[in-house]
Design a protein around this ligand. Structure first.
Ligand code: 5GP
Ligand code: ZN
Length: 111
């Protein structure tokens, strides 16, 4: 499958890896929108949260635990995690990912 994040997950495409466990991988975003901008992905291909199956429950949960572990590892107490689902919501890579953003103030509601 021609998926850039699958290629990153298997090491075919290089990335700056920040965190890894058996179900997830986290790496620095190529085009950071905050001083800390990390992408957390499931290692298996899930197109978006809409395509997640009930059997992906453990993997989806693991993404939040990964966010906690990253925050603790980097000593970050204030951060935002967000997943864009669908083109109109801003999704451009169709392999589920959560943006982990920190190091500046964020608007609420988001733009
Ligand atoms: P989306 O727009 O789907 O919510 O987020 C996709 C993110 O992936 C963007 O922030 C973009 O900068 C990042 N991205 C796209 N291609 C690559 C890549 O090859 N390597 C890394 N590290 N990030 C990428
Ligand atoms: Zn993929």
């Amino acid at each position: 499958m021609d998926c850039i994040f699958c290629k990153i997950a298997c090491g075919e495409v290089k990335s700056r890896i920040v965190y890894e466990d058996d179900k997830t991988l986290a790496f620095e975003d190529l085009n950071p929108q905050a001083p800390t901008h990390i992408l957390i992905i499931p290692k298996n291909h899930i197109e978006s949260i809409l395509e997640a199956k009930d059997s992906d429950l453990q993997t989806i949960g693991a993404i939040n635990i990964a966010a906690r572990n990253i925050a603790k590892k980097l000593n970050i107490s204030d951060f935002r995690i967000v997943s864009n689902c669908g083109k109109k919501a801003g999704q451009s890579v169709f392999h589920l990912h959560y943006h982990f953003l920190a190091g500046r103030r964020f608007l609420w509601p988001p733009g």
